[in-house]
Ligand binder design. Structure first.
Ligand code: XIL
Length: 372
């Protein structure tokens, strides 16, 4: 064979492999079809996805997902950066994307200690607000934000991450100021937030959302206590979100089952709201955004075949538990669409940095097929 012929054949082979790779994601099973009798399946979308600046991620979302959460744009810092200033454009873009693609939109989140500006908790002289003043600010925020999207958001994460890992309430400015150090008032900020969210949109579902419920029984019991407290006061809560920022070796099947079954036993819906699986073997395991640093997101072994195999196995295990409890689990949302834009780095999702479905994707589909 002459050199020219060989070169031509090599070029042809490279072209065919390349074309094959481009096509690889196109005729794979569609996740929202695969799970259509089980639960909604969704993703967290960043601004690039909803504004068309990441068309490949948007295409994956439109094809596979039927529910969406804005990764950041409804958070207080983004949507209400200054006292008299709301920034609606990014959240409006998110809503437009959801409506165009007929996706169930989820609002994330109303009351949280993170990504909330300092001014929220201070008066004009920089002193801590009084309980009444902070409650008034919380009410104004919730009525305004929930009111604006009334009828268009299926459910709100009303309170996010109010618990410590040991199940006690986190010492956030919300608890400090509204709870006033009193045991009797400790749940007041949560109760008020749910009352106002209900008033602003009586038809929207209202959720409590947290991480680590599947790895700490005490924390899960703390979430159960929140639900019971709200119900005892006649305050509506419709669901609890298990964020489920997992790792290659956690949670255990038992831990996840404990969370799903004990939360469901209170009568609320259970949803997995922020699923990803950290591929880093070392470092901080929780999902406190103050502790997830750039360094903790580096992972030299992320793409190794062995890592991807473990990732696929863990996803399969998690989905087998969720499918077993499909009558209680109403939604499973991934925290991101593909590895290139994940908040924790490494390779924690079902699609890789070139937007191709990974071994984990096929493991999830297979698990669904085996658990019909
Ligand atoms: C993360 C986002 O993914 C990042 O883009 C942002 O910088 C920090 O917040 N728990 C939550 C989410 O409830 O809102 C967090 O999202 C991840 C942990």
């Amino acid at each position: 064979m002459g050199t020219t012929q060989t070169t031509t054949m090599v070029r042809l082979a490279v072209f065919l492999i390349g074309a094959g790779a481009c096509m690889a994601g196109e005729d794979v099973p569609v996740l929202k079809e695969v799970f259509k009798n089980d639960f909604l399946i969704g993703g967290a979308f960043n601004r690039r996805v909803v504004t068309g600046r990441d068309p490949q991620a948007a295409a994956i979302a439109a094809k596979h997902l039927n529910t969406a959460t804005a990764e950041n744009d409804f958070k207080w810092q983004l949507i209400h950066p200054r006292r008299d200033e709301y920034n609606w454009a990014p959240a409006d873009d998110f809503m437009a994307f959801c409506e165009k693609n007929q996706m169930v939109a989820i609002g994330h989140c109303l009351v949280w200690h993170s990504q909330t500006p300092r001014w929220v908790f201070r008066d004009d002289s920089e002193n801590a607000l009084t309980r009444d003043a902070l409650l008034a600010r919380m009410k104004d925020h919730i009525m305004t934000v929930v009111g604006r999207y009334k009828g268009r958001i299926k459910g709100w994460d009303v309170v996010n991450e109010a618990l410590n890992d040991n199940g006690t309430l986190r010492d956030s400015p919300w608890l400090q100021i509204i709870g006033e150090g009193s045991q009797d008032k400790q749940y007041d900020f949560i109760e008020s937030a749910f009352r106002w969210a209900n008033e602003a949109d009586p038809d929207a579902e209202l959720y409590y959302n947290d991480y680590g419920l599947e790895t700490s029984k005490a924390k899960c019991d703390g979430a159960v206590a929140i639900v019971k407290h709200l119900k005892s006061k006649g305050v509506r809560i419709d669901g609890v979100g298990i964020q489920l920022h997992a790792g290659l070796t956690y949670p255990s099947i038992q831990g996840l089952e404990y969370a799903v079954t004990s939360l469901a036993a209170t009568g609320v819906k259970v949803m997995v709201t922020e699923l990803d699986i950290r591929t880093q073997a070392r470092g901080y395991r929780g999902a406190d955004i103050g502790r997830v640093t750039r360094q903790s997101t580096q992972d030299a072994n992320a793409d190794a075949a062995e890592t991807q195999k473990k990732l696929a196995e863990k996803y399969a295990e998690i989905f087998s538990v969720l499918l077993k409890h499909r009558k209680d689990v109403t939604r499973v949302t991934f925290w991101g669409i593909y590895d290139g834009a994940s908040w924790i780095g490494g390779s924690p999702l079902l699609f890789d940095r070139t937007y191709e479905p990974k071994e984990a994707f096929f493991a999830v589909v297979k698990t669904a097929q085996e658990n019909q």
